[in-house]
Ligand binder design. Structure first.
Ligand SMILES: Nc1ncnc2c1ncn2[C@@H]1O[C@H](COP(=O)(O)OP(=O)(O)OP(=O)(O)O)[C@@H](O)[C@H]1O
Length: 324
């Protein structure tokens, strides 16, 4: 459906490095990366907002810049809602349809349908300034969907919303996508959001693609140390540091996940709990042992099992750790 071929672009101190990827019809793809990694730059190139780049963006095998605006059926949703302040909500939602010279009755039917679907029924005659941030973002989604787009581009659409609302909007988008299967490219810096919504994730760092994969595969099989670190994996070691405890055939980088760490009374490795971090429903132990520092997460319900500065013994399931 969409294909990016050798896209490069240069600013004074930033370079988009030879970006290649393909988005299939109906797919939900996230561009995930830290602030400044180049996500919006890529989205602006796909949308046609930015035409100053090298390489090619194909939409249904034809250069996207050879389509006119109405032909392309592309809708974009931004972090800010950019609603028209002088138009009421139903006129905002119907705007794209009016541009396409749809009949009045058809516009009304489609707008009513979207008002209902997005829980905006009672807001049809209100103006954007009378709505909350979440409601405005719903209108922006309704307006984008009104034209029945073939491509939906979203640039951090929920990052200005508070957490509960953000989770609610993610569910909404997930359900909408399940229903209408619009090909979607979603930009976010929020890993949980990307993992929750996407069929595939494209991980971007410093203008470069680090890995493209399905969420589970990305988590289970990070391609290299950079990806593992990006995903918040902290237990990355040279396998040789465990050679006093286990048989190590050759020295290689390994990632140890919580499931590979077994806390037990007769564990081979003896450590000290150097620190405990508390999160919503988990506690994270920082354990200092002979050759380094290892992190272990447990349910907050089990916190009484651990004592700060207390001794702790554990084993590593060396045959299950992930070799990078
Ligand atoms: N018009 C511009 N002129 C010069 N540099 C720019 C311009 N637009 C973006 N950049 C630079 O390009 C880099 C990538 O920016 P981009 O907005 O694509 O990142 P991003 O991953 O979307 O970040 P964020 O999540 O903060 O929006 C940044 O270093 C930014 O400063």
């Amino acid at each position: 459906m969409i294909k990016l071929k050798n896209i490069t672009k240069e600013y004074d101190d930033f370079k988009l490095k030879n970006i290649n990827f393909e988005v299939k019809k109906g797919e939900f793809i996230s561009l995930l990366g830290k602030s400044g990694s180049g996500k919006s730059t890529i989205l602006n190139i796909i949308s046609g907002i930015d035409k100053n780049y090298k390489g090619e963006v194909l939409f249904k095998n034809k250069n996207i810049n050879n389509y006119n605006l109405l032909e392309k059926k592309l809708a974009m949703i931004f972090q800010e809602d950019y609603l028209f302040p002088h138009l009421n909500i139903e006129k905002n939602i119907g705007f794209g349809l009016k541009m396409r010279k749809e009949k009045k009755e058809i516009i009304k039917k489609k707008v009513d349908n979207l008002l209902e679907k997005l829980g905006l029924k009672n807001f049809n005659k209100k103006y954007p300034h009378e709505l909350s941030g979440g409601q405005k973002q719903r209108v922006a989604i309704a307006r984008a969907l009104a034209i029945e787009p073939e491509i939906l581009l979203m640039d951090e659409p929920f990052s200005a919303l508070d957490e509960n609302l953000r989770l609610e909007m993610q569910d909404l988008i997930k359900n909408i996508h399940k229903e209408n299967k619009v090909t979607t490219i979603f930009v976010t810096h929020d890993q949980d959001e990307a993992f929750k919504l996407s069929d595939r994730i494209i991980l971007i760092e410093d203008g470069d693609i680090l890995q493209t994969d399905k969420p589970l595969k990305l988590y289970k099989k990070p391609k290299n140390e950079k990806v593992a670190k990006f995903l918040g994996m902290k237990n990355i070691f040279d396998s040789k540091i465990f050679e006093n405890y286990y048989k190590i055939d050759k020295n290689q980088k390994i990632i140890i996940k919580d499931k590979d760490i077994i806390i037990k009374k007769n564990g081979k490795i003896i450590g000290n709990i150097e620190g405990i971090n508390y999160y919503k429903n988990i506690c994270e132990l920082i354990i200092r042992f002979e050759n380094g520092k290892i992190y272990y997460c447990d349910s907050i319900e089990n916190i009484n099992r651990y004592k700060l500065r207390g001794k702790i013994k554990f084993d590593i399931k060396m045959d299950e750790v992930y070799y990078i």
